[in-house]
Design a protein around this ligand. Structure first.
Ligand code: GLY
Ligand code: MN
Ligand code: MN
Length: 440
């Protein structure tokens, strides 16, 4: 298997090519990318957790160093302004020495303000980073210009071989956490106990997670982005939904699994979802409009609901009337990469032209036609959500819902199964399934 080290030079070559084209098209001669700053909490001297600018980590996989800069001029050596403050309150960041660091000319700063003269010398420079009031004096030609961002974001959907390898490793990291979390669930742990096991197995601190873990027992699985962790296990353990990822070199995985505590009807429903989820993963092919996979998911989930005697309408009718959306109220997935909900899901050309969602599907995050190198999530869901069911009672299709069956399944909350799938020129590569088999 190729190492990150051996793939990184080619990654830089592709990034340079994309960046050179974007700078030329937008009339800039150089680029400055800020890693980000630490933001203080209101009336406090404690910072919020640091989140690095995704553009910065696409070049240099440094995710925990505020106030560093990448300076880029086409054809010239890459430069990194690296902040190593004289600060005895905090540990000074170590000089980078990993595979990527040798590709940069690294200049050490002791104060963040030392960046200014370097930046002012860059010709006709575009900045990418959170705009600060003081930057108006720093001579940037523009801050976060739309045309430039559109071009760079458009390309981010297509992963380089280096990025794909980072994402395979991020998938393995996440899969290790999922395996430990399932074992903790089977052993009767609380939501918090499962969460702690996940962190232990992935060796992630909580702040490093690519997104907050969703660790939901029983009815909590009906809350799409359930954000709490109960300290005590429930009296009766029925179901467990976990949506949790891992990160490697700044690239994320985003994985969901659902379990039943017993071999019961809910387990049968999970098995039905698993079957249709795998069929949907197989639809990730070059040339396919991703919105059609979303519509296919609606039809497949509607058929499962009917086969499970939860609704009586046929699949097409259930999709057309909005009935399938009562149970599957989110999109089938999204682009994945440096960000979990990665940018440019609607951008169909390099000039930033947007493609709208199909009418009636307001939460779909991706409408592009798939190309080799895209990594997407495929995450069908089926939930028993009180507020949506209450509204459904008033809807014209209320009579097509088997309310007794709904009441029976409500205590389990719901099901989501989410894999990360790379589009290729042939059969798709399921990063998540491969990762689980690598750790078995
Ligand atoms: N973990 C958030 C999502 O699946 O989109
Ligand atoms: Mn997820
Ligand atoms: Mn997702």
């Amino acid at each position: 298997m190729a190492t990150l080290d051996s793939l990184y030079d080619d990654h830089l070559r592709i990034l340079r090519q994309r960046t050179d084209e974007a700078l030329a098209a937008c009339g800039f001669d150089s680029l400055a990318i800020h890693s980000g700053r630490l933001w203080m909490q209101f009336l406090d001297d404690q910072p919020y957790p640091f989140k690095v600018n995704p553009h910065f980590k696409s070049w240099a996989p440094l995710t925990d160093t505020p106030d560093c800069w990448i300076l880029y001029e086409p054809g010239k050596p890459l430069r990194l302004l690296f902040l190593q403050p004289n600060d005895y309150w905090h540990k000074t960041p170590q000089m980078p020495s990993e595979y990527w660091a040798a590709r940069f000319h690294i200049e050490v700063m002791r104060e963040a303000s030392e960046a200014r003269p370097h930046l002012m010398r860059l010709p006709n420079c575009a900045l990418i980073g959170e705009w600060q009031a003081e930057y108006s004096e720093w001579g940037f030609a523009a801050g976060n210009p739309n045309g430039l961002l559109d071009r760079l974001h458009y390309h981010r959907a297509s992963k380089t071989p280096y990025e794909l390898e980072c994402m395979r490793l991020a998938s393995v990291r996440g899969a290790r956490g999922h395996k430990a979390a399932e074992a903790a669930f089977r052993a009767g742990a609380s939501e918090l106990g499962i969460h702690v096991e996940y962190l232990r197995a992935t060796q992630h601190s909580e702040a490093e997670l690519p997104y907050p873990n969703i660790i939901a027992l029983n009815e909590h699985a009906a809350v799409l982005h359930y954000q709490y962790q109960e300290r005590q296990p429930p009296a009766s353990l029925r179901s467990f939904l976990i949506d949790a990822g891992g990160e490697v070199a700044g690239y994320a995985s985003d994985i969901t699994r659902t379990y039943s505590s017993q071999h019961d009807e809910f387990q049968t429903l999970i098995a039905g979802m698993e079957r249709l989820q795998l069929e949907l993963c197989n639809e990730v092919r070059a040339g396919v409009d991703y919105a059609n996979i979303h519509l296919s998911a609606h039809r497949r989930i509607a058929s499962l609901l009917r086969d499970s005697d939860i609704i009586s309408a046929d699949a097409d009718e259930a999709v057309a009337s909005g009935l399938s959306g009562v149970f599957f109220p989110h999109g089938i997935g999204h682009l994945l990469g440096l960000q979990v909900h990665d940018v440019s899901g609607f951008t169909v050309n390099i000039d930033g032209k947007q493609k709208a969602r199909p009418p009636g599907h307001p939460y779909l995050r991706l409408t592009r036609t798939l190309e080799p190198g895209f990594v997407v999530t495929i995450e069908p869901g089926l939930y028993f959500i009180d507020s949506l069911l209450a509204a459904a009672r008033q809807a014209p299709y209320a009579g097509s819902i088997n309310w007794k069956r709904v009441e029976r399944f409500k205590p389990y909350g719901g099901i989501r199964i989410e894999d990360n799938v790379a589009c290729t020129s042939g059969v798709p590569e399921n990063l998540t399934r491969s990762a689980f088999s690598r750790i078995d």
